[in-house]
Design a protein around this ligand. Structure first.
Ligand code: G3P
Ligand code: CA
Length: 322
């Protein structure tokens, strides 16, 4: 259930976004004759996590309200098999678990989500792990179904069609994760892309939903590797730094009908060699990248609009930051 505070945040966020948006699909963006992507989609990375704590309903609501085409929850399982939005399989970095349950750490000193029921996790508060960001421990760890309710509801009330882009986190140690995510998604009519770093788990998913293979190292981008990925995925998720170093990798992926989604742009942590977020966005547009994960969707949307590379009318809101 959405709290009054969450409703207020969502209302503010939604008020910032225009009512119209184009429908989204899991398919790669169309390429222009010059080879560049027709537009650069914006994915709210862990929600609008530059402004509110990652993987909280307020952060997702803000990302939607800012006009992001996609909302990204990372997903792990609790002890009772509930799919929750969380980046790590442990709770230490992003919650106050050590204060609430001081006796529940494993021998390695870490607190694992798999050792707690969802009812126990409801006592936790999410904390910000990055310096200089949101200072309060106010919000709770949501279930994936809470995220889906939120995006579906906001889509209806704003007449938009933002998508959900869940990542299967460590499915090798959570064998029921893929099935749990698919079961949750089945209850909604939302654009979906499913992503994972785990190629075996992603390829083995029994689903018609579009899949995105996350890339961790350049070796995975060799021709044979791309050929294999193209057998089950519609896109690759690539560290932006690899694209800056080798923009031609986008063309190699496109030749195999794989879209390229870059991660992760942050206004408060630019990539080495760049002096502005705008320069990073421009480099991705020039390379023909199709979508980008960002902690600051509003700023990237404004920049793509300024460059004529916005995918949605929503991204015409706001002025481009320098
Ligand atoms: O899923 C794309 C990007 O989010 C991968 O990095 O660590 O933020 O999940 P991470
Ligand atoms: Ca992710």
């Amino acid at each position: 259930m959405m709290t009054p505070l969450l409703l207020a945040l969502a209302a503010v966020a939604v008020a910032l976004a225009p009512a119209l948006a184009v429908a989204q699909t899991g398919a790669p963006a169309a390429a222009t004759p010059s080879g560049g992507a027709a537009c650069l989609e914006v994915i709210a990375h862990r929600g609008a996590s530059g402004y509110l704590p990652e993987h909280t309903l307020p952060a997702y609501a803000l990302g939607h309200g800012q006009g992001a085409e996609w909302i990204e929850p990372d997903v792990v399982l609790t002890a009772d098999g509930v799919a929750i939005a969380l980046h790590d399989v442990t709770l230490d970095r992003t919650t106050d678990v050590a204060e609430r349950y001081p006796d529940r750490a494993r021998e390695d000193g870490r607190y694992y989500a798999a050792d707690f029921t969802f009812a126990e996790l409801e006592r936790l508060r999410v904390v910000e792990s990055r310096p200089g960001r949101f200072p309060h421990a106010t919000f709770r760890v949501p279930r994936l179904t809470d995220v889906l309710d939120l995006v579906d509801g906001l889509n209806r009330t704003t007449e938009r069609r933002a998508g959900v882009y869940p990542e299967l986190k460590s499915p090798d140690v959570q064998p029921g994760l893929g099935a749990a995510v698919l079961a949750a998604l089945a209850g909604y009519d939302l654009p979906v892309r499913i992503q994972s770093f785990d190629a075996a788990a992603l390829a083995a998913l029994v689903t018609d939903l579009p899949r995105v293979q996350l890339i961790a190292s350049p070796a995975q981008l060799a021709p044979a590797g791309l050929d294999e990925i193209a057998g089950y995925a519609v896109a690759i998720g690539v560290p932006a730094i690899l694209i800056y170093r080798d923009p031609a990798l986008v063309e190699r992926a496109h030749e195999r009908e794989l879209a390229v989604h870059a991660y992760t742009l942050r206004a408060d942590q630019l990539a080495p060699g760049f002096d502005s977020l705008g320069a990073e966005v421009q480099a991705l547009i020039d390379a023909g990248v199709d979508a980008v994960f960002t902690d600051h969707p509003d700023q990237v949307l404004a920049l793509t609009a300024a460059q004529g590379a916005a995918c949605s009318p929503a991204s015409t809101a706001g002025a481009a930051p320098r």
